[in-house]
Design a protein around this ligand. Structure first.
Ligand code: NAP
Length: 349
């Protein structure tokens, strides 16, 4: 086993709860010695972080209050999923050198015991199925969200029209491609011509509406003339209202996220057009990916198959800079500067 005592673990901790957008002032940068292998307790694994998943949900975890998961406490290392390499292990199931996916936190080394592994997961990744960054994207949490959100909650049938917002992002890219594979007509909604062009020409969506270029309702009239059967909502706000005005009878609205609302300093804007659900006998249902954890292996096997046979592509936006670059990199999600799944590279294998 490696001895790692001379190494320093750089960490990013939550210093204060933001009002509106998070800034650098909300974070505290700390260091700790990396434990020696001999210091690990039975069952513990020491993991060196290679890449971290940066997620819109992180903004919510910074807030006080009840949610589907407790907030990150002031002074705690910021919660983050990531891919790392085992550098020391007192766990019979993990050996040094193996690459794992785990709740590593925004830090260079994570000491993971049984409790952390149970809460945030710890599993070996199979490099034959996908690259490390694909394990944070299609084969990771965003891919699982798209898979179960679309298939379980959206319940698509071939020939139906699926609209997905945040189309060029992590969840959106899986949703749109999977809906195409299931025989649906797919219309994306994304910000800017480059993202729209990519989802249509590279990913095979039927059309994409650039919400920054004109009203979404006009785009829906043009590209979903027969109405919308499934709306996979990643953004909420005005775009949700525009889609609600165009839904079909028995439509399903999957409430996955509402990124347009996460930095609000005023209450979240709810849908004004919700009576469209009544008129159309439609339903709107929220989903949280962690509820499907028992079935992740099924989704991974199916999605890895599509990656392998070329029916699915993935795009990760990998930012170098290590944990020190975390605050500014996270902010990219809220300005649409990320193109694909946002990943922070912390070290190279
Ligand atoms: P992402 O789409 O890769 O990145 C966020 C994207 O949101 C940005 O690139 C930007 O794209 C768009 N955006 C930002 N501000 C916006 C605004 N005001 N209006 C419209 N679009 C805006 O992120 P992701 O990881 O895939 O997450 C997408 C959504 O899924 C988020 O709402 C997230 O919270 C949610 N989510 C939910 C679960 C769950 O279990 N329910 C799990 C994972 C993720 P454009 O350039 O196109 O604007």
């Amino acid at each position: 086993m490696n001895t790692t005592t001379s190494l320093v673990n750089h960490q990013v901790r939550l210093a204060s709860r933001p009002v509106g957008e998070a800034t650098r002032a909300n974070w505290q940068f700390t260091t700790e010695p990396v434990p020696d292998a001999a210091q690990l307790a039975d069952g513990e694994v020491l993991v060196k972080t290679l890449a971290l998943s940066l997620d819109p949900a992180m903004r919510g975890w910074m807030n006080e209050g009840k949610s589907y998961i407790p907030p990150v406490g002031i002074g705690e290392v910021m919660r983050a999923g990531g891919i790392g390499v085992v550098v020391a292990s007192k766990h019979p199931g993990f050996r040094p050198g193996e690459q794992v996916s785990a709740g590593l936190g925004v830090q260079e080394y994570a000491r993971i015991g049984a409790a952390e592994a149970k809460r945030f997961g710890l599993f070996r990744i199979d490099p034959r199925l996908g690259t490390a960054t694909q394990w944070l994207n299609v084969l990771g949490m965003p891919g699982m969200t798209g898979y179960f959100g679309l298939l379980d909650v959206g319940a698509p049938s071939a020939g139906e029209t699926v609209v997905v917002s945040g189309a060029a992002g992590a969840v959106g890219q899986t949703v749109g491609q999977l809906a195409k594979i299931k025989g649906c007509r797919v219309v994306g909604i994304a910000g800017g011509p480059a993202k729209c062009e990519w989802v249509v020409h590279e990913l095979g969506f039927d059309a994409c509406i650039d919400y920054k270029a004109g009203p979404v309702r006009d785009g829906l009239k043009q590209h979903a003339p027969g109405g919308v059967d499934i709306y996979f909502d990643n953004v909420g706000g005005e775009i949700l209202d525009a889609v609600l005005a165009r839904i079909n009878r028995k439509a399903r609205i999957v409430i996955c996220g509402a990124i347009s609302q996460y930095n609000n300093t005023t209450p979240v804007q709810g849908p004004k057009n919700y009576l469209s659900l009544l008129v159309n006998r439609a339903r709107m249902e929220g989903m949280v990916v962690f509820d499907y954890a028992d079935r992740y292996p099924i989704a991974v096997a199916e999605l890895a198959g599509y990656l392998k046979d070329g029916r699915m592509k993935s795009k990760e936006d990998v930012v170098e800079g290590g944990v020190a670059a975390f605050p500014e990199t996270l902010a990219r999600l809220f300005s649409g500067q990320n193109f694909g799944k946002l990943v922070l590279q912390v070290a190279h294998a």
